[in-house]
Design a protein around this ligand. Structure first.
Ligand code: DX5
Ligand code: ZN
Length: 218
């Protein structure tokens, strides 16, 4: 089966936060196509990371799309401010939002792409109401909150399932995989049909490169 090389979306979460500008340069130099920015609110997940002011400061440093992953409660209350700060893709969690369809419509009205993410224990069936309108589905393959965790292999089946639904119904969403992807696990998520590979710890340790993704495609 033909597979195209996925988009590499390195996550700033695993970079040195005192040198975020250099991390952006490293992503550009090492063939990252998107910049994945993990926003944590200390409530939906335990830690607090990057907010709108930091994204605003990073925005002029790169033309690469900012793939903003909101791990926050009530994302509808803050979506506008993240769009204003420079997000190109704004992804929120199904589990954190009371009306995902409405938020997707709102993000579209603001002129950017909308993504939805599911935690490992959330079945993909909950996404049915939004499959026709969402631009991106971010399948979490670890529990959100921390970089450097081991992939949960069962979650890879969710990617294959969403890819099959997309193919059979000719839908247009992009599939992205986030958590525990390294040079050993990349092949499994690519074969399952992901279009985007998010990588934090392996990318910044210099262990996962675009070449690792390319070898599984073609
Ligand atoms: C986890 C984040 C991920 C994380 C991935 O909550 O959403 O983006 O940074 O890091 P690795 O690749 O180290 O699992
Ligand atoms: Zn993420």
């Amino acid at each position: 089966m033909y597979m195209k090389t996925p988009i590499l979306a390195p996550s700033l979460l695993s970079s040195d936060f005192s040198r975020l500008g250099e991390a952006v340069q490293k992503i550009e130099k090492n063939h990252g196509s998107w910049i994945h920015i993990d926003v944590m609110d200390g409530t939906f997940v335990p830690e607090i990371t990057i907010g709108q002011p930091v994204i605003r400061c990073l925005r002029p440093l790169s033309k690469l799309p900012f793939d903003v992953h909101l791990m926050i409660r009530n994302p509808e209350e803050r979506a506008d401010s993240f769009i204003d700060a420079g997000a190109d893709y704004l992804t929120f969690h199904y589990e954190a939002c009371s009306d995902p369809g409405k938020l997707i419509d709102h993000i579209h009205e603001r002129g950017i792409k909308a993504g939805i993410s599911v935690k490992p224990e959330t079945p993909v069936s909950v996404l049915e109401p939004v499959l026709e309108k969402v631009d991106l589905i971010l399948v979490m393959t670890v529990n959100p909150g921390y970089g450097g965790q081991k992939i949960i292999p069962e979650c890879i089946e969710k990617v294959a399932c969403l890819e099959e639904i997309r193919r059979k119904r000719n839908l247009g969403y992009i599939l992205s995989v986030d958590g525990g992807v390294n040079e050993k696990t990349a092949g499994d998520v690519i074969r399952a049909g992901t279009d985007v590979v998010v990588s934090g710890s392996s990318f910044f340790a210099g262990k996962l490169t675009l070449a690792d993704l390319t070898k599984y495609a073609g």
